[in-house]
Design a protein around this ligand. Sequence first.
Ligand code: CP
Length: 303
Amino acid sequence: MRSLIDIVDLSVEEITELIDTANDIIANPEKYCEKCRHKKLATLFFEPSTRTRLSFEAAMLELGGNVIGFSAANNSSAAKGESVSDTVRTVGCYADIIAMRHPKEGAPMIASMRSPVPIINAGDGGHNHPTQTLADLLTIQREKGRFDHLTVGLCGDLKFGRTVHSLIHALSRYEGVHFVMISPEELRVPEYMIQEMQKNGISYEETRSLEEVMPQLDILYMTRVQRERFFNEADYIRLKDSYILTLDKLETAKKDLCVMHPLPRVNEISVAVDDDPRACYFKQVSNGKYIRMALILKLLEVE
Ligand code: CP
């Protein structure tokens, strides 16, 4: 039995297989509509979500399965003090697979040690978000046709932005990827990740200016400043509008730039950018459902 806690739990070959399956589902959805008949997915969301929870649920329904779960900790016995371990041991009696989001870093990993069924990390605190990365990778593959030899700009809250952490880990495994990390000083990528990148010889630079680096980027991955992770509201207010992508700023960008954002957006991308052909963030939303269908099939070992 396998869980997905960190994106590197999947080999490069397995990621390629998942992307191939997702592309086949997009092309031939009818082939898959009964694959999970009589299977149940439980979505245990101890933190708010729109895309991740609903795309997991849509994914299982489109595979012919069923869904159960809760969308907030206060709708579950966690509100009475039940541990994550006891929760998953219980839900494992009712469901075949569990997608879990939790505000505490490492909670899905602890859950996977006690769960009788596969656990999928649907976001743990400011740590990781591996299935968002799978959606991002499917989008990059469909837009750029490759993962190697790309210059990838990561902009905004790189400290608490869990999607960025998982994406760096995923793309670091491909040749010729250069990361351009654009953030205020206070929201730089965590030091442990910088050390990892240096140790593994990953090519990167850090800057405060989006405008300066815009012309060199193949991908621009914008992120929201993660208000819920700040200890101090004044710091959030000071930093929240550090970067706002507008059509003016895109004038110096490559014609085939891919503008990405895991969403939700607050103010980081002007709505005027949505109509630019380079805007890919709603494609990420759509791709998220298909890659989660592929992941459910893999973890349930459905042929
Ligand atoms: N990208 C993402 O995780 O969105 P939600 O918080 O809406 O699930």
